[in-house]
Design a protein around this ligand. Structure first.
Ligand code: ADP
Length: 544
């Protein structure tokens, strides 16, 4: 039993499978790929234009606010200068009063409470000169020595610096503007006004938020549009792909619906035209094949009667062959062999045309495959002995009765053993029978001529022979294995082969336990254990 995954493990396994899932989707779905690419490119475009717009708006906002601030402070400084020049400054009290007025004027005209005024350093001590002033917000290094140095350098010039001010809601951006002013009777004074730029900052933030929302909405819109467009194009292609698959699976009547007059309708029309001509061609071929089958069947039937007469005449001649001259005797024997071959060939042809016509019925009965194999071996013992061949049955399984058509299975086994004797070069033949829960199987292993891999691929073809010049003693027609294959597949079974030149062959028949079922597993291997060339088995008591 598998143990339950912890939340962390579950999360980890999902993370691991995510990239592979996305990769798989990317590989398989044109729709996903197109929508992803479109959304990705739009995202890049939106980001690039957003960043560009944000930077240029910020610069623009800052420069317009700065010029406004400089105007503002310039005006204030001029009015301060005028105030000093018009005031009647002759004692300490008067000058302090003017200074207070200046202080109020600075605050009022500049619309900023962040102000400071210092007596410029390096001047003679003047007992009338009033003290400087500074609003508390400008304490703590907001006013830098750098700014003060440049301001002290020239009368009438405005200097500014970007600073961070401490506002009610934390730190805010600001600008501090300074100017040196001459106070008659008191010396030179530096005046500073700081301006809070948080309103520009808020405008910028609002703009950025708006751009973010618009960009996101644009992404969604573009994604949706891409999805709809791809769907419009891909759906007909998907239908065409599915329809071709059904056509390839043999459903020749299937067609694509033709609507409209666009490119997709042209695709559908061409596809349907192709399917029409394919169906027509296959029908013609099927008709032709039917005519051929009928021809073979008719010819075979027609030949039956004359062949029976020839066979009777041949029997008479063959029985009297010893009374003929030696040359005529040989001719009579030759005639007899060929008539026998002719009869065999005709039987096989009739059988195969029955398969082609689909008029073959299985006559099933419970059969013990091991016993059936033993019967076949017994029946062919004499022929094997003639060739000096020893046939052995090894049957670890296959003794339980299985439903099969014994006449057809016997024909297969006889054909396989006959071929093994024919091509076995007098070596031993091992017939093995075994079974498992799904199937019963029989192999016929010989140690004779064998075949190349290319030849073995054709061994079940009709009229195919590995080497037509091979000497034949049993008189095969070249249809034996073709008929065996038909017999086996009628049972839902199959025949296959392993063969190597000079190492012999191993033919395997596998039948499902239920006729018509499918072979799911193989009780016997196609490649024999001694395929490496360890040679034929030696029976106990045989000379080593
Ligand atoms: P045939 O009537 O010629 O035996 P088959 O269909 O039974 O027809 O076999 C087709 C050909 O396959 C044979 O002519 C032979 O060349 C090759 N063949 C079949 N069995 C064997 C085998 N055991 N070893 C080598 N070749 C074989």
């Amino acid at each position: 039993m598998s143990s339950p995954l912890s939340v962390a493990e579950l999360g980890l396994s999902q993370v691991r499978t995510w990239p592979s899932r996305v990769r798989e989707l990317w590989r398989r779905s044109l729709r996903f790929r197109t929508v992803s690419i479109t959304v990705g490119l739009t995202l890049v475009a939106v980001l690039a234009s957003g960043v560009y717009m944000s930077i240029s708006v910020r610069n623009d906002l800052f420069s317009s606010r700065l010029s406004q601030v400089l105007d503002d402070s310039g005006r204030t400084m001029s009015s301060v200068q005028r105030l000093f020049e018009s005031a009647d400054i002759n004692d300490r009290v008067a000058i302090t009063t003017v200074m207070n007025t200046v202080r109020n004027q600075l605050a009022a005209t500049s619309s900023s409470q962040l102000i400071a005024g210092y007596r410029a350093p390096g001047q003679e001590y003047n007992p009338y000169a009033p003290q400087g002033f500074r609003s508390s917000e400008l304490a703590g290094g907001v006013l830098t020595p750098d700014l003060r140095n440049v301001v002290q350098d020239g009368i009438g010039e405005q200097w500014w610096q970007s600073v961070t001010l401490k506002g009610a809601s934390g730190e805010v951006p600001g600008v501090i503007v300074g100017q040196l002013v001459d106070v008659p009777g008191a010396g030179q004074y530096e005046f500073y006004i700081a301006f809070d730029l948080s309103d520009s900052e808020r405008t910028l933030q609002f703009l950025q938020q708006t751009m973010l929302i618009v960009g996101f909405a644009l992404l969604l819109l573009v994604g949706a549009v891409a999805w709809v467009v791809v769907r419009l194009v891909v759906e007909p292609i998907t239908i065409a792909a599915e329809t071709s698959q059904r056509l390839a699976d043999g459903d020749l009547g299937v067609r694509i619906r033709e609507t409209g007059a666009d490119e997709l309708a042209t695709l559908a029309r061409s596809f349907n035209g192709m399917a029409d001509s394919l169906q027509q061609r296959i029908r013609e071929l099927a008709d032709l094949s039917l005519v051929q089958q009928r021809f073979v069947s008719d010819v075979s039937h027609e030949l039956r009667t004359p062949l029976t007469t020839i066979r009777l005449a041949d029997d008479v001649i063959y029985d009297q062959r010893h009374s003929f001259a030696p040359a005529t005797t040989r001719t009579a024997e030759l005639l007899h062999t060929q008539v026998e071959r002719f009869e065999l060939l005709l039987d096989d042809l009739l059988e195969i045309s029955r398969y082609d016509a689909g008029s073959v019925q299985l006559e099933l009965e419970p059969t013990n495959l091991a016993t059936l194999a033993q019967d076949c071996i017994d029946g062919m013992e004499a022929l094997a002995a003639e060739r000096g061949t020893d046939i052995r049955l090894v049957a670890p399984g296959g003794h339980n009765q299985v439903e099969m058509d014994p006449r057809r299975i016997r024909r297969i086994v006889r054909n396989l053993i006959g071929n093994a004797i024919e091509h076995g070069e007098g070596g031993p033949i091992v017939v093995t029978v075994d079974s498992n829960a799904d199937a019963v199987a029989l192999t016929v292993r010989d140690y004779g001529l064998g075949m190349s891999e290319a030849d073995a691929e054709h061994v079940f073809d009709r009229f195919w022979r590995a080497d037509p010049s091979r000497r034949r003693t049993i008189g095969g027609t070249g249809l034996g294995l073709a008929i065996s294959t038909e017999d086996a597949s009628l049972h839902g079974g199959e025949i296959d082969v392993w063969s190597r030149p000079a190492a012999g062959s191993n033919f395997r028949l596998t039948l499902p336990r239920t006729p018509g079922g499918a072979v799911m597993s193989y009780p016997l291997d196609r490649v024999p254990d001694d395929a490496d060339g360890s040679g034929p088995p030696i029976r106990q008591g045989d000379d080593a």
